[in-house]
Design a protein. Structure first.
Lengths: 293, 368
């Protein structure tokens, strides 16, 4: 289990908005420690029993929250992230989609200089099944176990988690790094955490067309990761030059193709699944012989 | 959002980036009102690259020649883009050409200057390209370093640096994905001028840029009609040439569903990612968009509810089925409120298949 556990105390920024309220209820139901919410001007109210503060500083002072999840609208989300990092949370999860990339670039820089783990933006969050869910994932599809997952895509992660869970292959932690071209945490630090995590036996890496993060991750796996890895790449049928939903999912000038990523995976001895369902099959084979790499 | 050359140059002028004198015309008779002297350059205004190679830039030595060329250029279609207007400029005596741009580098996570003293060609083919990351906080000395690195000195160094500084200001203040001058030319008397200009505004930033308010619809002309409509509805649609319409939530799942259709021998008609948190109205609009494809034989809807509530999707499906009872639908709905969705759909003839692989195979069978 990595990044989040039963002791993670969460402040929800934007808790009084529709998204904030809905997902606060779901996270509480899952058992996540949601200790505070923040909406400027709404201090003193409560949302599903969670106290609301005007600033993150007050929230952290009163509740010792060490993680923030941001549901603030796109043009305000960067500022919300700065506030949380300034106050000293150690994990920042930004769910908001549509943040201008120049804002994200500034936030990434600020998070790095404060050594804060910044996940997102435009991500589904992170779940350690049975312990803590900080994000918008449907909790019911996950099950506690030994598979570590890291992915650019939300719903595709659910699809694969569901297939794993139905095959009785539980997960240690599932991390959604998000589909924007500029983002906080990338594959590599998550792979390192899984490699060191005693609860993780097999790693599932889910990528998609665009950029070269998967190629870099493959190279890193080849050199540093001993645990077996199963890979999946979405977008084999995507035409070039078209943005496929995610801002970052575009094949530009021949680079970022699924083919290039799959070849990089194969060179790094990563088992590549052709369908989401096949991921579970490959994982079950590897879990039986976890020592071989 | 891509801008036309003349729009980019208007922004350059607002920030003091030097541009040649120019006039925008939409009719050949407007040439009578141009007094730059000859020869002139006439340039098609289109939202696509490769304009020079496609014959979209012509020179005229006299009014008579310009009047002959203008109608031909105004009728020219370049890569499916109709010419909207012509930008007319005096033909310059160029002594040197440079390339200069600012863009966000996704790998480095910061904006970068890209420059070379081999302008005029495609920058991908130039040899001595300098790429300089712009770390926070920005300061203008970087632009002088850049000018020095591409081999400039003296007055040219300062002029180039000043233009680079202004491009960065525009890039940040106008929320751009790209701002490019290719070529940036030196002319007699050591002046530097932006001979061409390209600006791509970041789509996610449009709502906070009042300068571009209302521009989007008229700047989507390079997209097929249905893709344009989809963009205005806030859903991501890409047209493909198969017959199985695809509607999912989330980019990765949509691509994976497309890939599965191809893997099992079917042909996707489109990519449609309705996005996270789609409500009933947005889902219905998405269904209608997919249904516009004349080649369509079946719609495969695959929704895994995270932000999206399955009952909202089910209600949209009910409305759609009432309006289009002849359209074949294969539906896979799982996640939040899936039981409610099942209950809503049980009163209608909609086939629910919980297993994705089975749903994909069913859709392929219905299409063939």
């Amino acid at each position: 289990m990595i990044l989040v556990n039963k002791d993670t105390k969460v402040v929800v920024q934007g808790i009084t908005g529709k998204m904030g309220q809905t997902h606060t209820a779901r996270m509480l139901e899952y058992g996540t420690q949601i200790v505070a919410g923040v909406t400027p001007g709404r201090g003193g109210q409560t949302v599903h029993g969670v106290p609301v503060f005007d600033t993150v500083a007050q929230a952290v002072e009163k509740t010792n929250a060490n993680c923030s999840i941001v549901f603030v609208p796109p043009y305000l989300a960067c500022d919300a992230g700065f506030e949380a990092i300034h106050v000293g949370v150690s994990l920042l999860v930004v769910i908001t989609e549509g943040i201008p990339p120049n804002d994200t670039a500034k936030l990434v820089n600020y998070a790095n200089s404060h050594k804060v783990t910044f996940m997102g933006p435009n991500c589904p969050g992170v779940v350690s099944p049975g312990h803590s869910l900080i994000g918008i994932m449907p909790g019911s599809i996950f099950k506690e176990g030994k598979v570590g997952m890291v992915s650019k895509s939300g719903t595709l992660t659910y699809e694969i988690a569901l297939a794993l869970t139905e095959a009785n292959l539980g997960q240690s932690t599932c991390v959604g790094v998000g589909g924007d071209p500029v983002k906080g945490i990338e594959y590599q630090p998550v792979l390192n955490l899984f490699e060191a995590d005693p609860h993780t036996d097999v790693i599932v890496l889910i990528g998609e067309i665009g950029g070269n993060a998967e190629e870099k991750a493959a190279q890193y796996i080849k050199e540093h990761i001993k645990k077996p890895v199963v890979g999946f790449i979405a977008g084999q049928t995507a035409p070039p030059g078209k943005r496929m939903g995610h801002a970052g999912a575009i094949i530009s000038q021949g680079s970022g193709t699924a083919k290039s990523k799959i070849e990089a995976f194969e060179k790094a001895n990563i088992r590549v699944a052709k369908t989401p369902g096949q991921v579970a099959k490959l994982v079950s084979e590897l879990i039986k012989q976890p020592a071989v790499k | 959002m891509n801008l036309y050359e003349f729009e980019a140059k208007n922004i350059f002028a607002q920030y003091g980036v030097p541009i040649p004198p120019s006039k925008l015309i939409t009719r050949p008779q407007d040439l009578n009102k141009i007094f730059f002297g000859y020869p002139l350059t006439l340039k098609c205004q289109v939202l696509t690259g490769g304009r020079g190679k496609a014959g979209g830039i012509k020179f005229a030595k006299s009014l008579a020649e310009a009047q002959k060329i203008a109608p031909e250029l105004l009728d020219l279609e370049i890569k499916g883009c109709k010419t909207q207007s012509l930008l007319v400029e005096p033909k310059l005596n160029i002594t040197n050409e440079y390339y200069l741009s600012v863009t966000l580098d996704r790998e480095l996570g910061v904006p970068v200057f890209i420059a070379t003293s081999e302008g005029g060609v495609e920058v991908e083919q130039a040899k001595n390209v300098v790429k300089m990351p712009i770390h926070f906080p920005y300061s203008a000395f970087l632009t002088r370093t850049l000018a020095y690195k591409i081999g400039l000195n003296g007055e040219a160094l300062n002029k180039f640096a000043s233009i680079a500084d202004k491009l960065y200001q525009i890039f940040i203040e106008r929320d751009l994905d790209l701002i490019e001058i290719n070529p940036l030319v030196a002319v007699e008397g050591n002046e530097l001028l932006a001979l061409d200009g390209k600006i791509v505004v970041n789509d996610d930033s449009l709502m906070r840029q009042p300068y571009f308010a209302g521009w989007l619809e008229s700047h989507l002309v390079d997209l097929p009609k249905v893709e344009r409509l989809a963009k205005l509805h806030g859903v991501n649609l890409v047209e493909l040439d198969g017959d199985i319409g695809i509607l999912c939530n989330g980019a990765g799942l949509t691509m994976a569903t497309m890939d599965m259709v191809a893997e099992f021998g079917g042909k996707p008609a489109n990519f449609l990612d309705a996005g996270g948190g789609s409500d009933q109205a947005k889902t219905l609009a998405a269904l209608e968009l997919v249904n516009k494809n004349p080649k369509l034989k079946v719609i495969l809807l695959n929704i895994l509810g995270g932000i999206t509530a399955c009952d909202d999707v089910a209600n949209a499906l009910v409305e759609f089925v009432k309006a289009h009872s002849n359209v074949k639908l294969v539906v896979r709905l799982r996640g939040n409120n899936q039981e409610k969705a099942k209950e809503i759909l049980s009163h209608y003839n909609v086939k629910l298949i919980p297993d994705l692989e089975e749903a994909v195979k069913t859709a392929i069978a219905l299409a063939s």
